[in-house]
Design a protein around this ligand. Sequence first.
Ligand code: HPA
Ligand code: ZN
Length: 334
Amino acid sequence: MNSFDGITEFIKKTPKTELHLHIEGSLEPELMFKLSKRNKVEIPFRSVEEIKSAYNFTNLDSFLKIYYAGSNVLINEEDFFDLTWEYILRCKENNIVHTEIFFDPQSHLVRGISFDKIINGIDKALIKAEKELKITSKIIMCFLRHLDEDSCFDVLKQACNYKDKIIGVGLDSSEKGNPPKKFKSLFEKAIQEGFITVAHAGEEGPPEYIWDSLNLLKVKRIDHGVQCLKDEKLINKLKQDQIPLTVCPLSNIKLCVFNKLENHNLKKMLDKGLRVMVNSDDPAYFGGYLNKNLIDTSKALNLELNDVKILIENSFKSSFLDEKTKNEWLNKIN
Ligand code: HPA
Ligand code: ZN
């Protein structure tokens, strides 16, 4: 067995966590097609193949257009259940033992779907996952940053009825031109209500957005964060405080943040001692679940077995699991 086969085996057999996964981004073309028929919702594609061939993106916004259009087929509680359960089966395949998933209620509420149906469909699948497959999870609700703060306050109010299910809030959608400072009072209110905060920052946007997510939104993790290497002071801050950066390599290539995987800066971030880990983001759209992200990235960047081990450990350390459970998993890996 050569060393790369050894790394692939290690990735497959090691228990893992995933911390950056949009549940709507795990909607596979086959399920999209099935739900469009079941719910009689038109989609601009005639076949699964046509859907797949539409997945060529030039940047984040070009992806989001298709991603929100795809979400239109999600109508009933059972659709959100099926969507989540399919992702859970992928977790099983990928040996993911704990996952912290994002959902985007505003993209469904605007279509007249009730908050209740969305959250209950997701939650019921996650309860089944824990019972039948021993896969644990947390739910994080994302605000769509292209919308105004008032709309976000409305959805925060609804989320307050589901504090037993939703652990935290995040910020996603179109980053450039929608800076963290737009949501300062929203996040203050969310924290007052007891939610943990995270935010997408430095995916396409500047290092300043990472600073502002830390200072104004008081986030515990930065989602993506790959633009941080442009700012020495920021690198030092992220290293010193060991702020988790939930990097998504295949996503970054599909959205042209880097031109090819060989040029991704993950290895540089690792070598600087930053708390990075690998995630799949929107795996149905970006061509791979967690293992594929880890395997392809390891190969492209010539990662050592020890690098991969650190990535997987970082993910457990950065999760919102309790300390005891985290340590149990970390001991198992070793
Ligand atoms: N970035 C911003 N918004 C998103 C993403 C992403 O990678 N995926 C789904 N919504
Ligand atoms: Zn994301």
